[in-house]
Design a binder for this molecule. Structure first.
Ligand SMILES: Nc1ncnc2c1ncn2[C@@H]1O[C@H](COP(=O)(O)OP(=O)(O)OP(=O)(O)O)[C@@H](O)[C@H]1O
Ligand SMILES: [Mg+2]
Length: 224
């Protein structure tokens, strides 16, 4: 089953009076259980593409379909519901809520949703795997950059969403923690979640079921 896909997606930006295509005619299919890695040089349009897939940026032309529906027809409420429950985004940089503890950040979808009981055992298991057990009751301001990343990853995978989209999730992690995070992504893709990871770390490519390369706004299968 196809969760998320784009057709002929174009995003233009202007710089010094000149228009250029940051994302140029991109078709991507993200299927259930797939683990896609996107590589590409800095400035090639990777983050722009992810923002389009999440409905955070509007394309000049082309469509993004989630579960067969055109996301440009969704209102803000529907889009934010989807981003809370179905399509989890791990943005480049930090995104933890500073007034909440690590535990509250990870369980945030449950805190605001209020529908389901927080999965306590899964939290303990994830925290253990990511080496953040002792940090659950501290605030983000007391964490290192790599610790924040690991908390962000726990928050994204806690409810087994349909899709996880992660922009350089292991950028500031050491080799050991990078492997742990990639293992978690691989496990969750084995349970049906589609995972899309943007990375510059070529040693992680073997985790992917598909590797794509972005160059000057165009996306193509990577020759390996
Ligand atoms: N809001 C914006 N306005 C104008 N140009 C932008 C804007 N956002 C990004 N760009 C430009 O669009 C191009 C693609 O940027 P993008 O952030 O998608 O690259 P990237 O592949 O994610 O790079 P990196 O690996 O460095 O994160 C770059 O040339 C960037 O300078
Ligand atoms: Mg980027």
């Amino acid at each position: 089953m196809e969760y998320l896909c784009s057709e002929k997606l174009v995003k233009e930006y202007e710089r010094r009076g000149k228009t250029f295509r940051a994302v140029d005619d991109v078709d991507i299919q993200i299927n259930k259980g797939e683990f896609i890695i996107i590589t590409g040089e800095s400035g090639s349009g990777k983050t722009t593409l992810l923002n389009l897939l999440l409905g955070l940026t509007k394309p000049e032309s082309g469509t993004v379909l989630f579960d067969g529906e055109d996301i440009s027809t969704f209102d803000d409420k529907r889009l934010s519901e989807i981003r809370n429950e179905k399509i989890k985004y791990i943005p480049q940089g930090d995104s933890l809520l500073t007034s909440l503890t690590v535990r509250e950040n990870i369980l945030f979808p449950y805190v605001i949703g209020g529908k389901e009981e927080p999965p306590k055992e899964r939290l303990i298991e994830l925290a253990e795997k990511l080496g953040i057990t002792d940090l659950l009751d501290v605030y983000p301001s007391e964490l290192s950059g790599g610790e924040m990343r690991r908390v962000t990853i726990a928050r994204a995978v806690i409810n087994k969403p349909a899709v996880i989209i992660a922009d350089e999730p292991t950028g500031n992690l050491d080799r050991d923690n990078t492997s742990k995070v990639m293992e978690i992504f691989k496990d969750i893709s084995g349970e049906g979640t589609a995972v899309v990871v943007v990375t510059h770390q070529r040693e992680t490519l073997d985790y992917a079921s598909k590797v794509l390369n972005m160059s000057h706004g165009r996306l193509a299968p990577e020759n390996r």
